[in-house]
Design a protein around this ligand. Structure first.
Ligand code: ARG
Ligand code: ZN
Length: 878
């Protein structure tokens, strides 16, 4: 059932509030089902014209207890208070204070927005609009205020009381079993950065001294018993703080930095000022329960949230349309951090995989939106791959275009100008323009035009003239609300690879602007002629993936195979392998000829046997494109089942052809010594388990002794889960016993159990949907825990292409029913899972019809939809 259709919010309608609000004093009397919040706010008319205008504050499911103005009770006819709004009809014409008391029920807060409970503790999530679920407020990011928070709770149940900023005072409340703590945050901040935690928690601590000599206490709070699993996070935090000082010259600015890990959380983590709150998935790790991927994920998220202290908190967003101002930039910063800490090329490949897997499909379907959207109905639905990942790519392009020095100057100017402010994308771009005297107005189109540009490039060698000509054409398909696009500024990093594998120099060029190894496109169709080219080169284009575009070239598969061997750019070596493998999978899925297969197998062998290559890179280069990759490259009339079968066939062929090579690699990579999560050891494990899956695929013996031994002897989660995946997905004899053994071993560790659900949800077996349904009845399954729901249902719909897209529509029906169920408690989670329909229009006609019917069944269901789910369903159908 459609809820009353909410008016969309538009960027062009931005107006400041009529009142300023620059100081808040909060008091929380914490009781699980009846928490009393008193908020004293200091207001003043923003301009003389604003004086006397009604004061309208945001609320959400609030109950007003009382309200005072300037210390005196207000008469009931001077204000209106509903669950979602507080209006003071005729405020005073000069500065005044309001003291508003509300009552809330954290215990029943299943949306996990505002103040809620997780494992018996109190915690908060306020971004984007959760603070209004705590008290009536100007809940918008351009209202920056100084917060003082007093927290009071029963002492025995909640010994730890945490707030934003620095601790000021704490003590017992005499004659009661309660105690209190007062926190003060001197840095003005928007309400979405407010946080509070009260609970019985363990903690690990470390001292940090900033570059300028200021001491900071670092604490990570976890549930008792998990303290040992927080050491890696602490290590990541310290390295993040040092890196930001070294690379961006940015220091931490409070006496304490607290992180709290909670087990019920809608997102990854949250950068609340001085009090980051994390999904415990991104804090807890030990070799027994976390994989290498988990360790790296923790490094990324800890860094990301810490980096927000400057990009997000010190400089925040004027409105939610500017979300990429903090998110895209902070993702860029965490990418740079990981690149510096680990391997830059490996990180680049991993990031581009994420971009292509998540952002490209989003941008190519009905949910496509610009990096800076101009209209939304539900802001929670805009925490997307486009805002985050494409947003980060835009910052990378600015750096590519301006060079490292120009980029640094622009960032410095941005911090200098806007520290303490709520800024816009225009402010950000202007800082780079002014710092480097560059006009970025065409570049800025990347923020406003949605869709992935298609870049077609054809190269031609002229032997007489010794010239090499590139013809480059860009076009961007229509996207929702945007039929016609203007050309983008596209930086194309390139090399002209000579027959012996070296990059060739050119004497001069004409046509489009070329700077060294960079072509800067600005028009729909451009040509570059390179002079002084002595032999026919193979052009290596879009090195490092220098722009988020879809590239098509006139290169032959022989050219790609040549680049797979010889390209100086590791990214393009990987990309060439992917391109050939994708073409092969598509051909196999259509029953077509595969003339390039044997040369491809040779090239894979050469990579596997190249001792000069880093193992983490090899593991990536030897991976076949996923079923999702192939579907995305096809773009329309997609048959996920045919792709899945083709994918398995190709894997088997690689396994058979490279069997002895993989066998040797597998043996040579046998672990020695104790587990270490460092990049090199992780790379060895990744390559070894890659060979394991090929070796298993090539075996006809269904008892798979190698994989079973791998599973049974594993002394860490990375190896154990990799083997379990193979055992379960290939239905190796005894796979059920393996699942059982895993269950017995890990049943008390939630994050490990998520993996147990995930392995089963991603099985290509025909009865996987039935398994998923049965698992929702398993005692370990919990509808209220977002990690568990995502592990089972989210994984099935997003990562099991074949079975989610079953030809009888059963996967679609199940998703629709499940989304409706989840929506009643947790709309954000429901809307997130519903995103699995974002590519439905690319399917072949039968599945399209079934997917459409399932989407319509959501809109027409006999229940009130959340704005979150309604928005996604409607946009998918538009
Ligand atoms: N700012 C957080 C981060 O990226 C994410 C918060 C998302 N919240 C939401 N309601 N969607 O670090
Ligand atoms: Zn973020």
């Amino acid at each position: 059932m459609r809820s009353e259709n909410a008016e969309p919010i538009r960027l062009e309608d931005y107006t400041p509030t009529p009142y300023t609000l620059d100081r808040v004093e909060l008091n929380f009397n914490l009781v699980p089902d009846a928490t009393i919040v008193t908020s004293k706010i200091y207001l003043a008319p923003r301009t003389p014209e604003d004086a006397g205008k009604p004061l309208v504050l945001d609320g959400d499911e609030l109950e007003l207890v009382s309200v005072e103005m300037n210390g005196r009770a207000l008469s009931a006819d001077s204000y209106d208070a509903t669950a979602s709004q507080f209006t003071l009809k005729t405020p005073p014409e000069t500065a005044f204070s309001l003291e508003i008391t509300t009552k809330i029920n954290p215990q029943e807060n299943t949306k996990l927005m505002g103040l809620y409970r997780s494992s018996g503790n109190f915690c908060t999530q306020c971004e984007a609009e959760g603070f209004r679920r705590i008290t009536y407020f100007y809940d918008r990011p351009d209202i920056l205020a100084v917060y003082t928070t007093r927290i009071e709770a029963e002492k025995k149940a909640y010994p730890v009381l945490l707030g934003n900023g620095n601790p000021k005072e704490a003590g017992d409340i005499e004659g009661t079993d309660r105690h209190f703590a007062i926190w003060h945050d001197p840095h003005p901040k928007p309400a979405y950065l407010f946080a509070l935690v009260a609970g019985d928690l363990g903690c690990i601590s470390q001292k940090f001294t900033t570059a300028s000599g200021k001491p900071v206490d670092l604490n990570i709070y976890v549930e008792h018993g998990n303290e040992d699993r927080a050491d890696w996070s602490m290590d990541c935090l310290v390295r993040s703080m040092q890196w930001d000082e070294k690379v961006f010259g940015l220091e931490y600015d409070l006496d304490v930095f607290n992180i709290v890990a909670v087990s019920d959380f809608n997102m990854g983590a949250m950068e609340n000022k001085g009090l980051n709150i994390f999904n415990d998935k991104y804090i807890l790790a030990d070799p027994e329960t976390a994989t290498d991927v988990d360790y790296e994920g923790i490094e990324t998220v800890v860094a990301h949230e810490y980096f927000h202290n400057w990009t997000g908190n010190r400089i925040t967003c004027r409105d939610w349309f500017q979300l990429c101002l903090k998110e895209g930039l902070t993702v860029f910063r965490d990418h740079e951090f990981t690149s510096d800490e680990r391997s830059r090329p490996v990180k680049r490949i991993a990031d581009v995989k994420v971009l292509k897997n998540h952002q490209f499909p989003e941008d190519g379907g009905p949910l496509s939106h610009p990096v800076r959207p101009e209209v939304y109905k539900e802001i929670n639905n805009f925490y997307t791959a486009t805002v985050y990942e494409k947003g980060s790519e835009l910052v990378t392009m600015i750096k590519t275009i301006l060079g490292a020095d120009g980029f640094k100057k622009g960032m410095d100017l941005y911090f200098e100008r806007h520290d303490g402010e709520a800024a816009t994308i225009e402010d950000f771009i202007k800082s780079f323009e002014d710092a480097t005297q560059t006009n970025l107005s065409q570049f800025a189109l990347w923020y406003s035009q949605s869709g992935t540009p298609q870049l077609n490039v054809a190269g031609e060698y002229n032997e007489q003239a010794k010239t090499f000509t590139l013809k480059l054409e860009q076009s961007t398909p229509p996207t929702p609300g945007q039929d016609i696009k203007r050309p983008f500024t596209i930086p194309v990093r390139f090399g002209l690879v000579s027959p012996n594998g070296e990059d060739m120099a050119y004497s001069s060029s004409e046509g489009a602007e070329v700077r060294g190894d960079l072509i800067l496109l600005t028009e729909a169709s451009q040509t570059v002629v390179f002079h002084g080219i002595g032999a026919k080169p193979v052009p290596s284009l879009l090195r490092e993936f220098s722009a988020p575009v879809k590239l098509a070239t006139n290169l032959s598969s022989d050219d790609h195979l040549f680049l797979m061997h010889h390209d100086n750019d590791p990214f393009n070596r990987w990309q060439s392998a992917q391109t050939v493998a994708t073409d092969l999978t598509i051909a196999l899925s259509k029953g077509a000829e595969t003339p390039a297969l044997s040369a491809f197998l040779e090239a894979m062998k050469a990579i596997a046997e190249d001792d000069a290559l880093d193992n983490a890179f090899k593991a990536l280069a030897l991976a076949l494109p996923s079923e999702g990759d192939v579907a995305r490259e096809l773009g329309n009339n997609v048959d996920p089942e045919a792709i899945s079968i083709a994918h398995l066939t190709l894997r088997q062929k690689v396994g058979e052809a490279l069997y002895s090579t993989f066998q040797k690699l597998y043996e040579s990579l046998a672990p020695s010594g104790t587990f270490s999560p460092d990049a090199k050891s992780a790379g060895n494990r990744a390559l070894r388990t890659r060979t394991l899956s090929y070796l298993n695929a090539a075996q006809s013996d269904n008892s798979a002794p190698l994989t079973r031994a791998h599973f049974e002897t594993a002394d860490n989660m990375t190896d154990r889960i990799a083997a379990l995946n193979v055992l379960v997905h290939e239905r190796v004899d005894g796979y059920k016993d393996a699942l059982d053994a895993f269950y017995q071993r890990h049943k008390d560790t939630a994050l490990a159990m998520d993996k147990w659900f995930m392995v089963q949800a991603t099985s290509p077996a025909e009865d996987t949907l039935d398994t998923v349904k049965a698992l929702t009845e398993h005692p370990a399954f919990a509808w209220g825990n977002p990690n568990r729901v995502r592990a089972l249902i989210g994984t099935f719909v997003a990562a099991n292409q074949r079975r989610f897209n079953a030809l009888d529509g059963s996967g679609y029906t199940y998703l629709a029913q499940t989304v409706l169920k989840i929506d009643q408690n947790n709309p954000q989670l429901a809307a997130r899972i519903l995103n699995a329909f974002r590519s439905w229009r690319a399917l072949e006609p039968t599945r399209q019809g079934l997917a459409k019917a399932a989407l319509e069944s959501i809109i027409e269901a006999d229940q009130k939809l959340s704005p979150d789910v309604q928005d996604i369903a409607e946009r998918c159908l538009q």
